[in-house]
Write a new protein. Structure first.
Length: 420
């Protein structure tokens, strides 16, 4: 393997108290929360808007914010939920549809009101760390490379990039290192929702498999969500064996995702018919909807046992209740059966929830960093529950508030009393 040695003087462009890397639901919650409490915040986002998978990957719906009794994703999550409802997002069967342009404007407004600095099209490319401290983060932008010095860093990248590059331990995927499949989500037009009904959308897949409609026998079909009028959001089609930390793997998966959309178009129009008979795809996401990549190891690792026990913690920062949702890891009956067994036998009843401890947001070995979002410290079972967007609001807000308290008191993250 050939290597090049590259050296360049890089401008230290910003010196905020708190640097948030990533502007998805965890990152926006962290930045807004910290800024509202007076912290000097800078957020760097790699894409052209806030929202992460909801806006860039076209994930069509928020999973439930509640447990059937209690609204769990309060604070920032509640604000986003209420603003979306006011804007006309569809709320059915416990999930809230996502209108990407509406959500972008909601986040833009929250950022402007909170008053923190941010830039889009700003990609984390390296981290300088020593002695357990993140000293500096390096970013690539259209204006070139630049560095950011901060007292505290919050990793809201979704993949744990900042923490991993700073030397924090992490795990990835199953015992083989294989992560859950990703999906290239999509937007569809021409759907008559009055003619769709509530029957399972995978009910005709056996016939379609027999007819050779699909190139892979993927029996797990999350389905199409109603967005508005004749619009639908497709969480359909899995790209298997995707490594979200590899550009080569992501490239291959994007090509696969776009290819199989045509297969699902035929399936929905010809085999389901009815309200879907005139459906057509009008857009696919600018990036994949990634469900799992790195899981940063923190002071505490949340486990499937905690989920089963409806655990509570002395340093609890919130509670959540989404099911264990490890998508089928491969095509075929066996993998789908494993998925179906977990999501049904481990499901909670109304009013049940588990706690999220602050220690799961404190990366092991790093003194001035937090981790928020889908890559917090959890095993595979728990990660498959706590990865979804309402939980990302919870963990992001906790990190933002704690960071603001830390800088205000001249303290480090572990010195902040969780009860505050």
């Amino acid at each position: 393997m050939d290597y090049a040695v590259y050296s360049k003087k890089v401008e230290v462009r910003r010196r905020p108290a708190v640097c948030v890397v990533g502007g998805g639901p965890a990152g926006i919650a962290a930045a807004v929360s910290a800024a509202r409490r007076g912290a000097d915040v800078y957020l760097a986002e790699a894409q052209g808007c806030f929202g992460g998978a909801a806006t860039n990957a076209l994930v069509p719906a928020f999973m439930p914010f509640d447990n059937g009794v209690d609204f769990l994703a309060g604070g920032i999550g509640r604000e986003v939920f209420d603003k979306c409802l006011k804007a006309g997002n569809v709320f059915e069967y416990g999930t809230l549809s996502i209108l990407p342009e509406t959500l972008k404007k909601i986040y833009d407004g929250m950022a402007a009101d909170a008053g923190f600095a941010f830039s889009f099209f700003t990609q984390l490319v390296d981290v300088e760390a020593s002695g357990g401290f993140v000293r500096r983060a390096y970013f690539a932008s259209k204006s070139g490379l630049f560095a950011v010095d901060a007292d505290i860093f919050i990793d809201a990248t979704g993949d744990g990039d900042l923490c991993a590059w700073a030397g924090a331990p992490f795990e990835m995927g199953d015992e083989r290192g294989v992560a859950m499949p990703a999906t290239l989500c999509s937007t569809w037009h021409g759907i008559d929702w009055g003619g769709v009904g509530r029957e399972p959308q995978n009910r005709m897949m056996d016939r379609a498999f027999a007819d050779g409609v699909f190139t892979q026998e993927d029996r797990h079909l999350p389905g199409m969500w109603k967005l508005a009028d004749s619009l639908g959001g497709g969480n359909i089609g899995h790209c298997f064996n995707v490594d979200a930390t590899s550009e080569a793997s992501l490239t291959e998966a994007m090509l696969t995702g776009r290819r199989i959309i045509g297969e699902y178009k035929r399936y929905y129009r010809q085999y389901l018919g009815g309200g879907f008979k005139d459906a057509r795809c009008i857009a696919t996401g600018a990036c994949l909807g990634v469900r799992e990549s790195r899981r940063v190891t923190g002071d505490y690792v949340m486990t499937g046992g905690d989920y089963a026990a409806r655990a509570s913690f002395p340093d609890e920062i919130g509670r959540f209740s989404y099911p264990i949702d490890i998508h089928a890891m491969a095509p075929g009956d066996e993998a789908y059966g494993e998925y179906h067994s977990k999501i049904t036998t481990m499901a909670y009843g109304r009013g049940e929830s588990y706690g999220i401890p602050m220690r799961a947001l404190l990366p092991k070995g790093l003194e001035n960093a937090y981790v928020a979002g889908r890559c917090i410290s959890a095993d595979r079972l728990m990660q498959s529950s706590v990865r979804v967007m309402p939980a990302c609001f919870i963990t992001g807000q906790a990190c933002g508030v704690s960071a603001a308290l830390a800088v205000a008191g001249g303290a480090l993250p572990r010195q902040v009393e969780t009860a505050r």
